[in-house]
Design a protein around this ligand. Structure first.
Ligand SMILES: NC(=O)c1ccc[n+]([C@@H]2O[C@H](COP(=O)([O-])OP(=O)(O)OC[C@H]3O[C@@H](n4cnc5c(N)ncnc54)[C@H](OP(=O)(O)O)[C@@H]3O)[C@@H](O)[C@H]2O)c1
Length: 246
């Protein structure tokens, strides 16, 4: 796995991954929306030992520009061994409940615009007949909960899309990975009470993602104990589920 495309490269989890990739001398193409931050991150990853680093600015909502940026990455990297998709935003659930625009914009970024992006990325990997596509969704997609079901339903959309892509692309030797983190200490969760054993640092999640890109397919919970937690949450009978706050 030498050539890696990272989309949403400015996210804390993606940054932690990129640092690991750089120190292993890999060739990277970063996609993020802030050009200044992109230039800074490229310089940082050069210093950390990346074989090469380039990038392009992209707002994921600008779906008409997806193809152009994917092509830029292809020109720069040649064959792409792995793609990590990591952009996202956590909307304020209470605001969404009162505001259709907020709800739709959260679903667009985390759901439909991501699916649009994955459509182009799947075509690229299909042309190559090789590679790995890893997308960070969330445990929030496993069951709609009152605390975050707007975010959760968008993530569930992407997870279902990935299941279909996995079935389609596995026949061509392409691995599709749905990475489902639990609680991670990043700018996205600022303002939460982030103490306790369920919270992870982005570096820990990166330590799960890097080997997954090399060997895994299907769903990867990060950390793995979230598989059990979410299985239990999904098994709670609906009448009981209605009575609790989650
Ligand atoms: N933190 C958690 O507890 C947690 C849990 C489960 C899943 N996740 C998922 O993990 C992934 C990484 O999140 P993180 O926790 O590392 O959060 P983060 O540091 O807040 O990163 C989110 C990134 O998404 C980018 N982004 C937002 N809107 C964008 C747009 N329209 N176009 C392009 N980029 C856009 C942001 O770019 P700017 O820097 O330009 O704003 C930012 O770099 C996300 O998919 C998130 O949903 C996080």
């Amino acid at each position: 796995m030498q050539n890696i495309l990272i989309i949403g490269a400015g996210s804390a989890i993606a940054k932690a991954c990129a640092r690991r990739f750089a120190s292993a001398g890999r060739h990277l193409f970063l996609v993020m929306r802030d050009e200044t931050a992109l230039a800074e991150q490229i310089a940082d990853l050069h210093c950390r030992g990346a074989g090469s680093v380039a990038g392009a600015a992209l707002d994921i909502l600008d779906t008409k520009k997806h193809d152009q940026v994917i092509r830029q990455a292809q020109v720069q990297l040649g064959k792409i061994d792995a793609i990590l998709v990591a952009h996202g935003s956590l909307p304020d659930q209470a605001v969404c409940e009162q505001n259709i625009e907020a709800t739709l914009s959260a679903i667009t970024l985390n759901g439909t615009a991501t699916v649009a992006l994955l459509t182009g990325l799947a075509q690229l990997l299909e042309q190559q007949q090789s590679g790995c596509l890893a997308v960070i969704t969330s445990v929030a997609g496993d069951r709609g909960r009152e605390s975050n079901y707007v975010y959760g339903c968008a993530k569930a959309m992407v997870s279902t899309f990935l299941q279909g892509l996995d079935q389609r692309l596995s026949k061509q030797g392409i691995r599709v990975i749905d990475i489902k983190p639990g609680f991670v200490i990043t700018p996205m969760t600022e303002g939460f009470n982030r103490s306790g054993p369920l919270w992870s640092q982005p570096e820990k999640i990166a330590g799960i993602i890097e080997p997954a890109l090399l060997h895994k397919r299907g769903t990867v919970y990060a950390p793995g104990f979230w598989r059990m937690i979410m299985a239990i949450i999904c098994l709670i009978p609906t009448p009981l589920f209605r009575k609790i706050r989650l």
